[in-house]
Design a protein around this ligand. Structure first.
Ligand code: NI
Length: 136
């Protein structure tokens, strides 16, 4: 029997979406307000979902205490109250879109969980806009 266990987390962060190799006009056309040179913030909501067999001994798919600690160490402590462009090496040359952030978060968490488990990242950039990434 398989089940999916999810844990929610939250962080605030600032970013700017732009490409150094594009003109200001092109950046404004594609990224709009998110290209504001002085950055802007979002209240990100993160859902980390883990799918796998229910362990017959513990009744768990994953120990949520452990998952909580991984999310705190790998995501909240790293992303919260940061300027993603300036403070995180991962986004030095990578636009910190919700899509790319989801991939970065997935790649940080995946090596730390049981390889038999499937991982899915859901990242809300606004209450209405969210991205899912599960390693494909
Ligand atoms: Ni933005």
């Amino acid at each position: 029997m398989k089940a999916t266990v999810s844990r929610k987390a939250h962080f605030n962060a600032a970013h700017r979406l732009y490409r150094k190799d594009w003109s200001d006009d092109k950046n404004n056309e594609i990224f709009g307000k998110c290209n504001n040179p002085n950055y802007h913030g979002h209240n990100y909501e993160l859902i980390v979902s883990v799918t796998g067999d229910i362990d017959q001994v513990t009744g768990f798919v994953v120990d949520v205490k452990v998952l909580k600690e991984i999310i705190k160490t790998e995501v909240e402590d790293v992303f919260d109250h940061k300027n993603l462009n300036l403070d995180l090496k991962e986004f030095k040359d990578l636009n910190p879109t919700a899509e790319n952030m989801s991939v970065v978060i997935y790649n940080k968490i995946k090596p730390l969980i049981n390889p038999d488990l499937d991982l899915e990242i859901t990242l809300y950039e606004t209450p209405r806009n969210f991205v899912k990434y599960s390693g494909n």
